[in-house]
Design a protein around this ligand. Sequence first.
Ligand code: ATP
Length: 573
Amino acid sequence: MKVLMPYIRRYRKDVYIALISVIALVFATLWQPRLLQVIMNAILKGDKDTIFQQGIILIILAIIGIIAGVVNTIYSAHVALGVATDLRSDLYDKVQSFAYADVEKFSASNLVVRMTNDINQIQQIVMATFQQVSRIPLLFVGAFILAMITMPQQWWVLIGMMIIVIAVSLYTYKKMSGYFAKTQQDIENVNTVARENLMGIRVVKSFVQEPHEIKKFSAASDSLTKVTAKIGYTFAILMPAFFLTANIAVVLAVYLVGQNITIHPTYLAAITSFISYLMQILFAVINGGFLMIAASRANISLGRIGEVMKTDPSMSYVEGNSDPVEGDIEFDHVTFTYPGDDAPTLRDVSFKVNAGEMIGIVGATGSGKTTLAQLIARLYDPDSGTIKVGGVDVRQLSEKSLRKTVAYVLQRSTLFSGTISANLRQVKEDATPIQMQWAANVAQASEFIERLPLTYDAPVEERSSNFSGGQKQRLSITRGVIAQPKILILDDATSALDAKSEKLVQEALDRDLTKTTTVVIAEKISSILRADRILVLDSGRIVGNGNHKELVAHNSVYQEIYRTQKAREGARS
Ligand SMILES: Nc1ncnc2c1ncn2[C@@H]1O[C@H](COP(=O)(O)OP(=O)(O)OP(=O)(O)O)[C@@H](O)[C@H]1O
């Protein structure tokens, strides 16, 4: 609730209107049976004046009720939609402020569910709160008092019905809370399975994994179906049970009153009014139950949203200069462990790279190459040691300055849906067509971009599905070089290019980005032969630092990798 109150306060005016309209609505609802009673008695007496007068008041009251109901719904919706929109936007901003490790901790699909499904739950409860919360107690107490006034001798029928209905409601509420918590968890599981499947659809298809994937999805979906069905069954039993209780109360009241109706004809009007109040009490309890169930569901959602809102980004940046720094890189005794891991992935790593140099990083799979690159871009901070870029500790650089200095191109390129130029302008807002063309030339992308009907304004579909793997990599490199960064990290970023294109990219980088420090992580040694220096990683340690010739002559790990690759190439040719 603490999370929600500041958001609700922003809509004070709408809240007041919603609450005032509820009071008008309750008044109209409660007063109508009373008026009916007066009119019925007047009919029995043949008092036309009273029938006419009270009839008009009854119509006015009904109109007031309708208007108040509509106004209440409109303003409750204003508050609910406003709160949900603001909360969603703040949640999104919060997630944007997260470090990479924080997003990994929650998982992307989990955060998506929190931003969509959980926010929807909250929207619904806020709406229900301003429609029902003040209405239910007013209606309940008002109907109870008026029922007692109308037929005081039937007090025990009233109390009996209330005890049964409230007891059943409380029991169901307790049971339902557990079901709703499980529903939320199951929705998340279904989302995770569906998301993983759809993101990896090519792998699923190519490895004929559909039956396995269907089984996985069915398990998650079945669990959700089961718990949803349990909720449905409980409601299916609950509603008729409530109405049965109310009907028994009505029959009992009618039976008891009916015996005396000839002696007291006014009882006829009173019993009609009494039954109306009984029904209003029943509706108040049912709606109260629904509200409690929705509240318990929303409370879980609120907790999940609060958890994200309360999480401080595990990494913060200093404010300050947004200018890029020079391209030197220095690792000084850097050790790094992934959050939650026991053993470090990088151990006591030290090396220096001068601005403008090209360095290659090689090592067996899992040796820590990507991790090392991620530390240069400060996606994580090391456990110990320092990383300097342009002579400054990366922790002392503003985020803008670091992003302007370091461009990181990944093997699995992520382009955003929109257009090619919009993707390039994400890195360089004021990129001109000539600059785009230059960057595309470096990445060997201009040839295919210029064949597209809309060239640089060509659309990029979701997950860039309208481009081939090689084209995606070229576009990513284009985006990486467009701002002429001081440091360019290519993390296996040319793996989908053929040898000739890869060579052309390398030559263009040498020719056009002479001042840029290039860090190339490559599986193939042929990709880094021309590097000024090559770092050899083995189980998170640097075991070699030299050029190709030196390493081939003296470094056993490098020799092993080189030999294995040569043998593989020999076998292929
Ligand atoms: N986000 C993560 N959380 C926990 N452990 C991780 C994470 N990312 C990588 N690792 C682990 O760190 C080790 C090094 O991974 P890294 O990706 O740096 O290796 P790599 O040398 O780039 O491998 P490859 O050549 O296969 O890309 C691996 O054992 C990997 O399982």
